[in-house]
Write a protein that binds this ligand. Structure first.
Ligand code: FAD
Ligand code: EPU
Length: 348
């Protein structure tokens, strides 16, 4: 039947939450041709499909009735321009492998996004971000393919509608499209992105791309759970954005709330702090719990099922709404038996 098909039905090792759900079939694709072939077979036999990278930003809420396509389309092509390097990176490359590769090559600028799990395709869809850098700052274009007519379309960065953990690939180009490659632009002149925490352990004179990479790896290892020990999908919720008009009120009510000014004058506040202050952080539902060192991360301690994780998330949302009048929005994607589904968008 399908080339590259694996008759392994459990998705436990293919989602970082380590949820033990099944799929009808799991297929690893290593070329654009096999991606198109399998998608077209799904269309003609009316079988649902979903494309995954490393499954580090999803929660399967039940067994999946369709085919899970694992993207392993790899390759990096380098072009040298006068002032920058342009890397054409296929979407199945792992993000952190790219960061390490660029450091080895002497191309600097990706180091603030060290150690983020996942593949290049999802990095663009999600506009990944950490420590003062977002993918949108280094992305030149995103190549997508229409899985219906096989047409490849290049979306230049200014048309990608990148914003906080969002892009056009979550909206207009979601259904029926796959991200196949991302153009990464790395300036030859290195501009370090320095944040307060970095200077705690590194002397300003010792700052170089490698010390930044290593320091961020240390910070992340201390703060975030080890994926080999505790299932999780990173931040479960987004940090809420408070509009200009409401900033005064929030900051006067909660003087200590960590907040970050945005370009448009709004502020992003820490959802982890809100969770910590709402006295729910010790609640556990079965094996679903809140990670003690980073309250925005929900963990599967061993055998949590999706219902337990959703129940815990609902309790968090409800108590924050009650105490702060703020509705936390999920950061991760939910997948039910037929595909992506919006959950936890309102309190029921
Ligand atoms: P997946 O979970 O496999 O997929 C995510 C979504 O994209 C799904 O809806 C999937 O269907 C879709 N998709 C995937 N590939 C394609 C494709 N080629 N074409 C079309 N659709 C596709 N994120 C941050 O931004 N910053 C962080 O600091 C950060 N830290 C994290 C730390 C931990 C420990 C974990 C577990 C996660 C963290 N994340 C962070 C979240 C996550 O790593 C990112 O969202 C990442 O980009 C997801 O990549 P993935 O390949 O695993 O995506
Ligand atoms: N804080 C608490 N309690 C906690 C954790 C944090 O009060 O349990 C407060 C602290 O004051 C801390 C501040 O919140 O200084 C910020 O915490 P942190 O640096 O851990 O960042 P975050 O806002 O919680 C965001 C991203 C992360 C990204 C980090 C670093 C979101 C939803 N999350 O987390 O991304 O790695 O900043 O830039 O924006 C992800 O998207 O999955 C993710 C992990």
């Amino acid at each position: 039947m399908y080339k590259n098909q694996i008759y392994q039905k459990s998705l436990k090792d293919l989602n970082t939450f380590s949820i033990d759900v099944t799929a009808k079939k799991i297929v690893f694709v290593r070329s654009i041709k096999s991606l198109i072939d399998i998608c077209q077979k799904c269309y003609s036999s009316n079988i649902p499909y979903i494309i995954l990278g490393e499954g580090s930003n999803v929660l399967f809420v039940e067994n999946y009735k369709g085919i899970v396509i694992i993207n392993r389309i790899k390759g990096i092509k380098i072009q040298e321009k006068t002032y920058y390097w342009l890397l054409h990176v296929f979407s199945g490359e792992k993000w952190n492998d790219l960061v390490k590769y660029t450091l080895r090559m002497g191309f600097f600028g990706l180091e603030n996004l060290a150690l983020i799990p996942g593949c290049l395709g999802s990095a663009a869809i999600q506009n990944i971000g950490a420590y003062g850098l977002e993918l949108k700052n280094i992305c030149q274009y995103v190549d997508i393919i229409s899985l219906k007519n096989k047409k490849i379309i290049r979306i230049e960065k200014n048309l990608c509608k990148f914003s906080y953990r969002d892009s056009i690939f979550k909206h207009k180009y979601q259904k029926g499209y796959a991200v196949i490659a991302v153009g990464i632009k790395i300036l030859k002149k290195w501009n370090p992105i320095i944040f307060n925490r970095l200077l705690k352990n590194i002397n300003i004179n010792q700052i170089n791309p490698y010390t930044i990479y290593n320091e961020i790896c240390q910070i992340r290892k201390k703060k975030l759970p080890n994926l080999n020990k505790l299932g999780n999908a990173g931040s479960f919720f987004k940090n809420p954005i408070i509009s200009k008009n409401n900033i005064k009120k929030i900051l006067s009510l909660y003087i200590n709330i960590p907040h970050y000014f945005q370009i448009n004058g709004s502020i992003k506040i820490s959802a982890a702090w809100l969770i910590e202050k709402s006295n729910v952080d010790k609640i556990q539902i079965g094996d679903a719990a809140i990670y003690k060192k980073q309250k925005l991360v929900l963990v599967n301690q061993k055998t949590a099922n999706p219902k337990e994780i959703l129940m815990l998330a609902k309790i968090i949302q409800k108590s924050i709404l009650k105490k702060f009048n703020i509705l936390l929005e999920p950061e991760i994607d939910f997948i039910n038996s037929l595909g992506k589904v919006k959950l936890l968008t309102k309190i029921s």
